[in-house]
Each structure stands twice: as structure tokens, then as C-alpha cells.
Design a protein around this ligand. Structure first.
Ligand SMILES: [Fe+2]
Length: 303
């Protein structure tokens, strides 16, 4: 782990493989259950509940101790990002950092803002929503996480996500369920900021803390995660109709080939079926179309 405290960036070995990076492109999330040690989760809860004094590693330029005190007491207690124990064990947690390094390239930028979602359970579910300011597109310039510092079983209303909904506007009936980001204390959900989600229904009694923050890309994308020797992009699974072309475009953007990406439509690559007797046509085509992420063209392809 190479942590640059001056620039608030880090570098480390990537931990995700081609298949896992493609899975993130397809599903829009990864769940790391119970990866933060128990004593750190306790400290995070105590910090958020004002039970321990602040001990910032430094006071950011242009700010005062009074500013930090105000921020700590707000719904965005970003001062936790200045605590050494939080940096070392939560932000730079080996599994989280390895995933971020895989998805965002070298010299990953650390978060500057934390949103604290504190709920006294039980509570009804939120409505399904895409968060404000989301963008649908092949680019992945930041990745968002949810950190749960207490045991968060389904009964305590963890975040609920709908896989694959990060590529276009999605509507969902409130009675339809999603995938729960439940887990023991120290669970971290990694997801695409555009994914459809909500705070799930909670039926148990207790306080649910959740911290939400973003890691940032500082370098151009390139395929420098763990290369699988037998990964074959022509036959990899990119998803179903109206999905595969976007997922493949995102994967190719991450490989640094987003500009050249073209598809020829219909049954051609990246579409495939387990029942076909040969490889899909159209792989590696230099002519054709780009997926139309803006949805302003009836057939869904841009020029
Ligand atoms: Fe939200």
C-alpha cells in the first residue's frame, strides 16, 4: 500500500480480475461483507455518536478547528476522513482499496465528503430512486461505497439495490424487492453511483448508521487490473438485450478503448446466446455504432 497523505491518493496492487471488473460493469455493485475489524467499527460508531474526541491528522488548509467541529456535527461528518484509524482501516482497507485500484486505476483519489445516513429503526422502506446528479455513460470516474459500522441484517434495513440498473433510467414498483447489502459490522457495499436503490424496510429496533462516500479516478483508464490468461472478450457474458452493448462499452472504456468501441446491432457481438454454434459476428468491428446512452434515438444506437 502506497498512501500519499499530501495528495490524499493511494496506490496498491489491484485485486479484481477481468471477470470481476466485467461483473461490476454488468451488475453495478460488489459487496464486501464484514471486511472492517470490529474495534474500528466500534470506534466509527462512537465517533458518529460524539462519544470520542476528534483527533484529525491535520487541519485542512483554510479551515479552523471550529469549522471541523461544525462539520463533525452535521449530517455530512466528513472530518472522519481526517482520522488516522479511519484512513488506515476503512478507506485503505485492503479489499476495498484493491477493488478501487482495479476499477479506478493508479493513484486513486480519496473521498472529501461523507454522507451519514442515521436511522432509528424500525422504519418503512424508502422509495426506489437514482441518486441526484447521476450520469449514465460508459465512463467510470468515481465509485461510491456504503459502509455499515454495525451488524446490519435485513431486519435493520440495509441498502437495497437492483443489479444492472446503473445504465439507464429505471422504474420499479415499491413492492418489488432488490438485493440487500446486508452483512455483519464492517460490511462495505461498492456500487456505481447511478444504480437504482433505496433504504430497505427495517423491522428490528436499533440505530442504523451508514456512511456514503466516493473514491475518484485521477488517471486515464487502462486494463491494468488482474489479467486472466483465458479471459476471451469475444465470448464473455455482457448481459441481455438492451444491456450487453452498454456493459461492453463500459468494459472497453475501462480498458482505455472506449473511443474505438463499435457494435453492428442485432445478434452481433456483444450479444450472444448459449445456444449458438459459433462465435458472434461483429467482434472487433471498426465500423458500426456506439450505444446511445442519452436515449435520444429510437433504435438505441448513436452515430
Ligand atoms: Fe439514495
Amino acid at each position: 500500500m502506497n498512501y500519499d497523505a499530501n495528495n490524499r491518493t493511494f496506490d496498491c496492487e489491484p485485486t479484481l480480475t477481468d471477470s470481476q471488473v466485467l461483473q461490476f460493469c454488468r451488475e453495478g455493485y460488489l459487496l464486501l461483507k464484514g471486511v472492517v475489524p470490529a474495534e474500528i467499527n466500534q470506534r466509527a460508531r462512537d465517533y458518529l455518536e460524539g462519544k470520542v474526541p476528534a483527533n484529525p491528522s491535520y487541519i485542512p488548509k483554510g479551515m479552523t478547528s471550529a469549522d471541523l467541529e461544525r462539520i463533525r456535527k452535521s449530517h455530512e461528518p466528513s472530518t472522519i476522513l481526517l482520522e488516522d484509524w479511519f484512513i488506515e482501516h476503512v478507506l485503505l482497507n485492503p479489499q476495498v482499496a484493491g477493488a478501487m485500484r482495479s476499477l479506478l486505476g493508479s493513484n486513486v483519489g480519496l473521498p472529501v465528503l461523507v454522507s451519514h445516513h442515521k436511522v432509528e429503526c424500525p422504519q418503512p422502506a424508502q422509495r426506489w430512486h437514482h441518486d441526484a446528479d447521476h450520469i449514465f455513460g460508459p465512463e467510470l470516474n468515481s465509485v461510491e461505497v456504503f459502509y455499515f459500522p454495525q451488524d446490519t441484517p435485513v431486519e435493520l434495513g440495509p441498502t437495497e439495490l437492483v443489479p444492472g440498473t446503473h445504465i439507464e433510467p429505471s422504474r420499479r414498483k415499491e413492492e418489488e424487492p432488490g438485493i440487500f447489502a446486508d452483512g455483519p459490522a464492517g460490511t462495505i457495499g461498492i456500487h456505481h453511483q447511478s444504480i437504482l436503490h433505496r433504504r430497505g424496510l427495517s423491522t428490528a429496533n436499533g440505530t442504523r448508521h451508514m456512511l456514503k462516500y466516493n473514491y475518484w479516478r485521477t488517471v486515464a483508464p487502462t486494463r491494468d487490473w488482474i489479467i486472466e490468461p483465458d479471459f476471451d472478450p469475444q465470448i464473455a457474458y455482457y448481459g441481455g438485450h438492451n444491456q450487453a452493448r452498454y456493459v461492453a462499452h463500459m468494459f472497453y472504456w475501462l480498458c482505455g478503448q472506449g473511443e474505438e468501441f463499435r457494435v453492428i446491432g442485432g445478434q452481433a457481438w456483444p450479444w450472444s446466446s448459449p445456444n449458438q454454434i459459433g462465435r458472434s459476428y461483429g467482434f472487433g468491428s471498426t465500423r458500426g455504432y456506439r450505444p446511445n446512452w442519452r436515449k435520444n434515438n429510437e433504435d438505441g444506437y448513436a452515430a
